[in-house]
Ligand binder design. Structure first.
Ligand SMILES: Nc1ncnc2c1ncn2[C@@H]1O[C@H](COP(=O)(O)OP(=O)(O)O)[C@@H](O)[C@H]1O
Ligand SMILES: [Mg+2]
Length: 385
């Protein structure tokens, strides 16, 4: 049984007037810490031993003798042998005693089992803990079912390898690195067989994952990840904000496309099947006439998420899209939390967020602003689950 928000909200009673903004040290933690500092809130990064230096050393807050911040933005770091240890009952107690609210990122939802997040992690989470699971493609109810209910265009599902009659992408996890992808493309059943055999042979994918893979139409067009924010603290008509847009650099895909065609063709066949490991991000804006459709998608998603899993979206979410030649977005992935590409706007803010808020507004800062406002108005309970 998932923990009901009614069970979490009373925990806030013992909290200080301004909670401490906690997050897991990977993915988007710097943006979250930086945003907290910008809004005058203390922050705490939960790190894993061996992966803590970025936070503990390089971005750590250093203060002058009089206490003013001299450098850095990560105020406090707690290090665990494994990320998942942060959810142990004694550690939950420690987080509550510190007055921490946890901002969930992909590192949190990947490394702490979702059953624990939903069923036994009794620390207030800023956002919906129940929506994190929609990212899992193996779930019966996932982001595809939500998009369908919202009437948002998503790539058409292809029922099986034999039905591949156009360019398709096959989505399954990497066999050895479970957080990475073992994606490949195919235009026919024969190409599916040829490539999947190669990848099985290399050990990149496993037969079980292949059998359960999602096969879908390949949406041709550049990728735009729309980073939205939804506030339940204001009237519904003002709730949706578009903060910014990012794209990613994927290895080996981006490496391959930087090679001239004849060099690509000279590669051994296995090396011609690119992997889609995200290694970085860039920032984008979108043609202005497309914006209205982008907002329509955001509004529909907010409504559908609220209807499917109340209280729905509370805070940041990302719709990952390809834009076709008519500028129409197809949503191929969704994150009901802070996106992975928001560091591109760190401190400088997002182009659209800045235009809206008349100053630097990154996703991390927007989250902290929401926490600060909700605290000041005694409404923190409305943005946590
Ligand atoms: N239907 C699709 N059409 C075209 N490209 C896609 C499609 N689905 C995924 N991709 C490509 O694969 C990348 C990763 O896909 P995504 O669904 O976001 O996987 P993950 O859940 O692992 O983040 C995207 O950034 C995009 O480049
Ligand atoms: Mg994605």
């Amino acid at each position: 049984m998932p923990i009901a928000p009614e069970e979490i909200r009373p925990l806030l009673a013992g909290y200080p007037a301004s909670p401490v903004v906690a997050t897991v040290g990977s993915h988007s933690a710097i943006d979250i810490a930086d945003g907290a500092v910008a809004e005058g809130l203390a922050n705490l990064v939960l790190a894993e031993a061996g992966r803590e230096a970025t936070y503990e050393r390089y971005f750590r807050t250093l203060r002058s003798k009089d206490g003013t911040r001299r450098r850095g933005c990560v105020d406090e770091v707690w290090t665990y042998p494994k990320f998942a240890d942060l959810a142990a009952p004694a550690q939950q107690e420690r987080l509550r005693a510190r007055g921490a609210v946890l901002v969930p990122n992909r590192a949190f939802s990947s490394y702490v089992p979702l059953d624990v997040v939903e069923g036994s992690f009794r620390v207030p989470i800023v956002g919906s803990r129940l929506l994190l699971r929609i990212e899992e493609r193996s779930e019966r109810e996932n982001y595809y079912t939500l998009l369908e209910r919202a009437g948002i265009r998503a790539p058409r599902r292809i029922p099986g390898p034999e039905a591949i009659d156009r360019l398709a992408i096959v989505k399954l996890p990497h066999a050895k690195r479970p957080l990475e992808r073992g994606f490949f493309t195919a235009s026919s059943p024969a190409e599916f067989r040829r490539k999947s055999e190669k990848l099985l042979e290399q050990g990149t994918i496993s037969p079980t994952d292949l059998a359960g893979a999602r096969i879908e139409e390949y949406a041709l067009g550049p990728v735009f990840n729309f980073n939205f924010f939804f506030s339940p603290l204001v009237p519904r008509g003002e709730g949706l904000e578009l903060l910014g847009v990012d794209e990613r650099r994927e290895s080996d895909l981006d490496g391959l496309v930087r090679l001239p065609a004849d060099q690509q063709l000279d590669l051994p066949e296995a090396a011609r099947i690119p992997q889609y490991t995200v290694v970085g991000h860039g920032t984008l804006t979108v043609r202005e006439s497309i914006l209205e459709e982008v907002f329509r998608l955001g509004e529909r998603f907010v409504d559908a998420a609220r209807a499917a899993r109340p209280p729905g979206i509370l805070g940041p979410f990302t719709l990952q899209t390809c834009l076709d030649r008519d500028g129409r977005p197809t949503v191929f992935d969704v994150a009901a939390r802070i996106g992975g590409g928001t560091n591109v706007h760190l401190a400088l803010g997002h182009p659209y967020g800045n235009a809206l808020w008349r100053g630097p507004m990154s996703t991390g800062r927007r989250i902290a602003l929401e926490i600060r406002r909700a605290s000041a108005e005694g409404r923190l309970a409305e943005i946590v689950t």
